[in-house]
Design a protein around this ligand. Structure first.
Ligand SMILES: *Cc1c(COP(=O)(O)O)cnc(C)c1O
Length: 372
């Protein structure tokens, strides 16, 4: 199997198809060396780094065309840290969590705390989508925009719950790759290692006025909140283009570069078309193939940024992914806990649709060779 050689004309220009960390464009790395030369290794409390953080915040505000009163907030620790920060500083009494994959279920666990009522969790099996259920007394409705572990995408809609209930969307793998209605969300949070083609370790979020008010109110209450997980702290620091503690400057630089690139290329509408082109290439190929099938059966639920493709049992998907890897096409393995005979391919904004077209032909080549 290791000696199956994929012909050069079927090899993508860039072989990175992982769901995070994901492909970083060459121009971003070059800018680390050029623009980074004056910023890397300098104090994050001085103007050059504040300007960089300011540029990221403004660039995201432009990209998402945030409505009046919304703010771009950031903090250290990635989306996983944001779940704990939200349990401390965003959920007042009770959350509802949609759990239709690994990431939604992790946030549902994070809001099981001694100071909150047990969450209302709506579960759906991997590959399908759970629906919001309005419940009296729920003050945060939480769901992933894109469930990266299964390749299911949810419509971004506001929950029709109690007055003042917040809609909190995990957009870690969707943000920057899919168009949506910002005003339907109160918190739209993400991390830079997916469509934003940077490194991890940071969380960013669009906060609505209602969410900012909630943060202030809980911070003023007598609830204990650890300093590092304080959203009030993150909001206050973000307004000064700062973070509580030292951020990774290289992460900010590559993120800023990607946001500029998307904005200059045509913004979110452009990115949305590009990821739809790439993902359609994969789904159309799988539907036509005699050995591959989209894992997500309902076409409207299929993700435009993470395509999950089941292979016929007669073909070992692990062997296919390993052969691709030996040929420089990496990270097409499925989410480890899903346990399916599957390939998972990111079609993030940085990934060239032409490379996706080559990838499916490369997969066909490998499967033909494995079948002998
Ligand atoms: C990758 C991912 C996360 C985890 O992000 P970290 O920054 O590693 O904590 C959370 N949610 C979704 C939907 C993801 O894709």
């Amino acid at each position: 199997m290791a000696d199956i050689v994929i012909p050069a004309e079927l090899l993508p220009t860039d072989g990175r198809f992982g769901c995070g960390p994901s492909k970083i464009r060459g121009a971003q790395l070059e800018s680390l060396v050029t623009r980074g030369a004056t910023i890397l290794g300098t104090s994050h409390r001085q103007k050059p780094v504040k300007d960089l953080v300011g540029s990221v915040r403004q660039g995201l505000a432009d990209l998402f065309q945030i409505p009046d009163g919304y703010e771009v907030v950031l903090g250290n620790g990635g989306s996983t840290a944001f779940w704990d920060a939200a349990a401390f500083g965003l959920v007042e009494r009770r959350a509802e969590n949609l759990s239709f994959g690994e990431f939604g279920s992790k946030f549902a666990k994070a809001v099981r705390t001694p100071w909150l009522e047990a969450p209302h969790v709506v579960e759906a099996p991997g590959g399908s989508l759970a629906a919001l259920e309005p419940i009296e007394g729920v003050d945060v409705y939480a769901y992933p925009h894109n469930e990266t572990s299964t390749g299911v995408m949810a419509p971004v809609v506001r929950a029709a719950g109690d007055d003042g209930a917040l809609t909190v969307v995990d957009a870690t793998s969707a943000a920057g790759g899919a168009a949506f209605d910002v005003s339907a969300t109160d918190v739209y949070y993400f991390a830079p290692q997916k469509n934003f083609a940077s490194d991890g370790g940071l969380w960013l979020a669009l906060f609505s006025p209602a969410a900012l008010e909630r943060v202030e109110r809980i911070a003023a209450s007598d609830r204990y909140v650890p300093e590092f997980l304080s959203l009030k702290n993150a909001v206050d620091n973000s307004r000064l283009d700062q973070t509580l503690n030292t951020p990774a400057l290289a992460t900010l630089l590559m993120l800023d570069d990607q946001v500029r690139w998307i904005n200059q290329s045509g913004g979110l509408a452009w990115a949305d078309t590009r990821t739809k082109t790439s993902s359609s290439t994969i789904y159309d190929w799988a539907e036509a193939s005699d050995y591959a099938t989209p894992f997500v059966t309902v076409p409207e639920h299929r993700s435009q940024v993470v395509a999950t493709i089941d292979l016929d049992d007669s073909i070992d998907a692990k062997a296919v992914a390993a052969t691709l890897r030996a040929n420089g096409i990496v990270d097409t393995e499925p989410y480890r806990k899903l346990g399916r005979n599957q390939l998972r391919v990111a079609t993030f904004t940085a990934i060239d649709p032409d490379d996706v077209a080559k990838l499916v032909r490369a997969i066909d080549h490998v499967v033909d060779a494995l079948r002998g």
